[in-house]
Write a protein that binds this ligand. Structure first.
Ligand code: SAM
Length: 343
């Protein structure tokens, strides 16, 4: 799945509006859940380019860009830091003479807590990170055979997941409201769903297929049943109305836009074509999911079984995508900090 390679019009609109409404002399941007890969600096660089083009067009002086890159402490910040010198050189070439400096800091820590000083940020961006919960919800004892919400999960499991999402997202909004300046902007993209059914196929099926691979291995005695029964993914893929409801409940932000979009499970830009999808043999989807799920699986089952899990998972995915068009759903919300919110 290509994620940050696409700079969303909604994000461009949000940073443009932010600049025009606040006209800052220096601009503080935070990217939350930045990860550490080839695309880590992509969104930040696009945000800076948009603002710099705009300030030139309006005949304004150059700005200092302060960028805060956040992720959990285990993230490979050193790799990002090592790439900064060449990135900054590239940025100054692209921005041209007279552009202000781009200054970077790493901010390790969970975004389900305070990360920055009060009123210090102009803009917060986060993509494909907020569907991760702060913990596996409590009360999932009766989710046997499943590893996430699934069509066979009892209502109590769906409720436990939703309550954890509400708790986490409300804390997130409160913390960001404290850190953003009045009028500051925030654009968040979740892996989510269109449906109001939290166990709908569009968000849960990818995990149900992984559960199939694991259950096969349980039945062959390769994985202990107890371990399978107590394994659950700490994720929640919300619907647009669930996201909106938490934002309105918090009262810290006004919503500018709330959009849903879709990305195909497999990376192809062409229209769905079963023969192309099948020729990939589930490889790209299984690989993408491996990057996400491997640390959780290793933690629960040890590393000896991992290659076999993903060999089976890839086969199950290939079989599925050869028969059915499959998509990940994105929920993106753009909002600004309300003026009446006083810390
Ligand atoms: C799928 S990656 C997204 C990377 C990038 N933002 C993108 O759009 O491609 C999700 C990232 O969120 C981070 N993450 C998950 N929970 C987090 C938390 N509570 N606080 C900060 N980062 C978190 C993970 O460590 C991971 O790097």
């Amino acid at each position: 799945m290509q994620t940050t390679l696409w700079f969303r019009p909604i994000t461009e609109e949000a940073i443009t509006n932010l600049y025009c409404r606040t006209l800052p002399r220096s601009l503080a941007i935070a990217d939350l859940g930045c990860s550490s890969g080839p695309n880590t600096l992509f969104v930040v660089s696009e945000l800076i380019k948009v603002v710099d083009k705009l300030r030139k067009k309006l005949g304004h002086d150059s700005l200092e860009y302060q960028v805060f890159l956040n992720d959990l402490p285990g993230n490979d910040f050193n790799t990002i830091f090592k790439s900064l010198a060449s990135f900054q050189k590239q940025m100054s070439c692209q921005l041209g003479p007279g552009a202000g400096p781009c200054l970077f800091s790493g901010t390790p820590g969970s975004f389900y807590g305070r990360l920055f000083p009060s009123n210090s940020l102009h803009f917060v961006h986060s993509s494909y990170s907020l569907q991760w919960l702060s913990q596996v919800p409590e009360g999932l004892d009766n989710n046997k055979g499943n590893i996430y919400m699934a069509s066979t999960s009892p209502p109590s499991v769906l409720r436990a997941y939703y309550e954890q999402f509400q708790k986490d997202f409300s804390v997130f909004l409160k913390c960001r409201a404290e850190e953003l300046m009045v009028g500051g902007g925030m654009v968040l993209t979740f892996l989510g769903r269109r449906s109001e059914d939290p166990s709908s196929k569009e968000c849960c099926y990818i995990w149900e297929l992984l559960a199939m691979a694991l259950n096969d291995m349980v039945s062959e005695g390769l994985i202990e049943e107890d371990k399978m029964d107590s394994f659950n993914i700490p994720q929640y893929t919300p619907s647009p109305s669930e996201v909106k409801s938490e934002v309105l409940k918090g009262g810290y932000f006004s919503i500018d836009r709330l959009e849903v979009s879709a990305v195909k499970w497999n990376d192809y830009d062409s229209e769905f074509n079963p023969s192309i999808a099948f020729s990939d043999d589930g490889y790209s989807v299984a690989n993408c999911m491996r990057a996400v799920a491997e640390p959780l699986l290793v933690n629960q089952f040890g590393d000896a079984i991992i290659d076999e899990v993903f060999r089976r998972y890839r086969k199950i995915i290939a079989d599925h995508i050869s028969k059915e068009k499959t998509q990940f759903i994105n929920v993106t919300i753009s909002m600004k900090k309300s003026g009446h919110f006083i810390i």
